[in-house]
Design a protein around this ligand. Sequence first.
Ligand code: C2E
Ligand code: MG
Ligand code: MG
Ligand code: MG
Length: 288
Amino acid sequence: LCVHDEAAALADEQRAQLVEELKVLLHSPDAADDLEAGRVVVHYQPQLSAAGHVAGTEALVRWDNPRLGLLTPDRFLDLVEEHALMPDLTAQVVWLAVHQAKRWQHDGHDLRMSVNLSASCLSHPRLLVMVDDVLAETGLDPANLVVEVTETSLMADPQESIARLRDLAARGVDISIDDYGSGYSSLAYLHDLPATELKLDRSLTEQVTTNPRTADIVAGTVALAHRLGLRVIAEGVEDTATLAQLHALGCDETQGYLHARPMSADACHAWLTTAGTTRPVELAADAR
Ligand code: C2E
Ligand code: MG
Ligand code: MG
Ligand code: MG
């Protein structure tokens, strides 16, 4: 075996072990019963209005793995998808996030809760039942739940996806188009979607102060989105110059490391409490 093959064999072995653990984590029928797999954890990242008001949080999944510690989605989501475990993972994330939203509301924080849905979840027959159940169980106002879907995931089966999003919208759930501008963004399908929010991808945000063409694209996109009645949020905001530019270009809300990194429920709770209902932009800049 040459060094390259050995490395590849090791990587395969590690992936195989992660898959076994994932099956346990997500209660798959063919899971081993003697394996420790840790737990699904959700971190929350605040979304701020232009006035500095905390408008919502995005739920971002983590896997607290007993061998490897806290894993971010780039380490395991492709395996989850590959082994058809995404609906089970999403059910846990949505359950945790909606219960958390309800708890924060109870504490006086009027926030939206955004969750990410992949294509395989959008087309899953139990999606609507799962959403209905968790909303009924918690009594969360559906308007406070936002479902983020990417353009790419919609393209897998546009008719089916749009039908499912209409079902969600009919329940009063908000729909956000995530990572907008990262792929083959087509303005053509926007008018068919019951979306309420457009989420500008970090690749646009990143260049908005340095590339005048990007700034023009963002300005045009914001104008179009507003004409269609959509709220615009920019993700990946890391510095105050970018924040100022996004506000100048008409973005309604921003999310990014400048305001806060994704945090555990407890850390986010503390952050929300110290932030109060408004958080001056100057303060946010110091909070890094
Ligand atoms: P996303 O939905 O576009 O989420 C934004 C990602 O950007 C998050 O990465 C977040 O931590 C990161 N981020 C936020 N602010 C900044 C910033 O200022 N700078 C930079 N460089 N990055 C920032 P994360 O948590 O690793 O999630 C990655 C992706 O995994 C998400 O992208 C989403 O597509 C997916 N994902 C996360 N949780 C779930 C889930 O529960 N279900 C599904 N289907 N996908 C999920
Ligand atoms: Mg997202
Ligand atoms: Mg995104
Ligand atoms: Mg993104």
